[in-house]
Ligand binder design. Structure first.
Ligand code: ATP
Ligand code: MG
Length: 571
């Protein structure tokens, strides 16, 4: 493409609400433009990079035996009523009505649609397994769109759904996708790690997220440096130190005016916060739920939700509900004499001997409280893992770092097929629900993550496999007919050799062209300037500092070798 007539509006400065480098660079290099909060238009260069990623995904998915289809983004609400998600999905679901008042939604994900397709089209076990995928625009009315393409309200997703006749088949389909995902991310030049993820009430190791380590990530990843146990914080567990002290002292009520927070309690009793326990009151699904964890801990909301099989997320109770449950002001909740639908006790808190807790009375705490003697509740793992907790497998101290989720693979089992009555006939002619898996990749988020991992202070440094163009030719002096002639010849030859090439033939100063070349990040830069008198051009790789001069006749060969070396490396 010749840049003289290309829509490639690079910017000197980017203003507005731009918090991360990938977002800034995508605007600055003219890849995307914002239309509304979390809604963007792709310009030519951005779309070309996106297409490269799609190409890698398509090749790998097809090689894995999956088949591409394209479903409608506009979904009749009835399908979502069948699965029970039309209400449960909440305000993130974009809903609309047609002229006849029929309700629709814009698909945020497509389990229902693909299940309906299978229900309609797949009749017999002989047709299984089948894995169907699409690359399609998704809609989610995110509460907080941010970071450009990382969390937008309209984005491109590759979503795949596998249909198997039994669990063993699903396990196989899942493993194939796991390996496929690893290859996709590595070909995209992305360092992504697979982490154990929450799989809702289905539980087990049925869900894996692919995370890109990033300081601007919105997820916390728990990692063991010794045995490499890795899990999303929502799912992570830690080693439980067993209770040793059974020397229980007498339960005592203590007057504690103005002592509310755990810090104040620990200071008042002159103990470590680890000797106290806190009881938090939540509501969800019209139930009151108290969760008790050690004083220095936080509650893991997702574990609570899964344990009680709730449809809603838990939220902290309002003041009135709290006072109805505890009969006291905020700050004095405790496990003894509490009026709630569920009291969940974290296993670690249950093991504490002689702990200090709120007394459910104003200005009072209890000391020497012991589980089973003084109160009881439903015991489980409800705590949020903290850095330095011990690894559940090898007991080394755990580390926590930030990451961005770029992909998610999930064993759905028969959740949707049962709810939507989607079945096939087995070997004995009996109807059985499909055993399903689903597999998502955020294509636009992958694009942003690649730039997040590959840039410097001058601009983008595209990994070769996803670069919108492989080579960029710069003409230094647009008044020099010889330079123009040589550059245009090279441009034509490279195109003939099937190498994607950009020609900077704009009437701009050399400095502007160099700056834009760095900003756009095309892997190889060829500068046609004064050295043509020696029949040479300058070559520079975007990710290296060194300049080389090569003979003009060797340019095509050089670029071809450079490209095939990259295929070997990343392909
Ligand atoms: P997150 O926790 O980041 O909201 P999610 O769990 O909602 O992600 P999935 O429903 O598993 O995501 O969607 C599959 C993939 O789609 C994600 O792995 C992510 O890469 C991408 N994705 C999800 N939400 C967005 C969004 N708002 N903008 C861009 N990509 C997204
Ligand atoms: Mg989400």
């Amino acid at each position: 493409m010749k840049m003289s007539n290309m829509l490639m509006p690079t910017l000197r400065e980017v203003s507005g609400d731009v918090e991360i480098e990938s977002h800034r660079l995508m605007l600055k290099a003219g890849l995307i433009r914002k239309m509304a909060s979390g809604v963007y238009n792709y310009l030519p260069l951005g779309l070309k990079a996106l297409r490269q990623i799609e190409h890698i995904i398509r090749t790998e998915m097809n090689d894995a035996g999956a088949q591409e289809i394209l479903a409608s983004a506009l979904i009749p609400s009835e399908l979502w009523e069948e699965s029970g998600r039309y209400q449960a999905y909440g305000p993130e679901l974009m809903r609309l009505k047609d002229r006849n008042n029929h309700e629709f939604c814009l698909g945020p994900t497509h389990e229902e649609v693909f299940t309906a397709i299978a229900r309609q089209e797949i009749k017999s076990y002989k047709q299984l397994p089948i894995n169907l995928y699409q690359i399609q625009t998704k809609y989610r009315d995110e509460i907080r769109p941010r970071y450009g393409m990382m969390r937008s309200r309209e984005f491109l997703m590759k979503d795949a759904y596998s249909f198997d006749k039994d669990q063993a088949g699903l396990d196989l389909s899942f493993n194939i996708m796991k390996e496929t995902y690893q290859r996709i991310f590595s070909r995209c030049g992305l360092k992504a790690i697979g982490v154990e993820a929450d799989s809702g009430s289905i539980g087990g190791s049925n869900s894996m997220e692919f995370m890109v380590p990033s300081v601007v990530g919105e997820d916390d990843i728990v990692h063991c440096p010794c045995c490499h146990y890795t899990a999303n914080i929502e799912k992570a567990t830690s080693y439980l130190e067993t209770r040793t002290n059974t020397d229980w002292l007498e339960l005592t009520e203590v007057f504690t005016p103005k002592v509310h927070t755990i810090e104040e309690v620990a200071a008042f009793f002159n103990v470590d916060a680890k000797q106290t326990a806190k009881t938090l009151i939540y509501t969800a699904d019209q139930q009151t739920i108290a969760v008790m964890v050690r004083g220095d801990r936080e509650v893991n909301d997702v574990k609570v939700k899964n344990f009680l099989n709730l449809t809603e997320d838990i939220v902290l109770a309002d003041e009135m509900t709290l006072e109805a449950c505890t009969h006291a002001k905020i700050g004095f909740a405790g496990p003894i004499g509490l009026n709630v639908d569920h009291l969940l006790v974290d296993e670690e808190a249950a093991g504490l001997a002689n702990m200090i807790v709120g007394a459910n009375q104003n200005d009072k705490h209890y000391k020497n409280v012991n589980y089973s003697r003084d109160f009881s509740g439903e015991i489980g793992d409800f705590r949020l893992v903290q850095a330095k907790d011990l690894c559940p497998h090898c007991q080394a101290p755990l580390e926590i770092s930030r990451g961005t989720e770029v992909g998610h693979i999930f064993k759905l089992g028969t959740k949707y097929s049962k709810a939507m009555n989607a079945s096939f006939l087995d070997e004995n002619g009996k109807a059985q629900p499909f055993v399903m898996g689903c597999y998502g990749i955020g294509v636009s988020r992958v694009l942003a993550s690649i730039i997040e991992q590959h840039h410097d202070d001058k601009g983008i440094i595209w990994p070769k496999n996803v670069a919108p163009y492989q080579v960029m030719i710069l003409i230094m002096n647009m008044k020099d007919k010889q330079q123009i002639k040589i550059a245009e010849d090279l441009y034509t030859q490279l195109k003939k050799a099937n190498i994607e090439v950009l020609l900077d033939d704009r009437n701009e100063r050399a400095g502007v062209k160099f700056n834009d070349a760095d900003l756009l990040g095309i892997p190889l830069r060829i500068t046609v300037g004064k050295s043509i008198t020696e029949h040479q051009v300058e070559i520079k790789a975007r990710h290296e500092q060194d300049l080389h001069y090569i003979d003009i006749d060797e340019v095509v060969c050089y670029c071809e070798n450079d490209r095939s070396a990259s295929d070997l490396l990343e392909g």
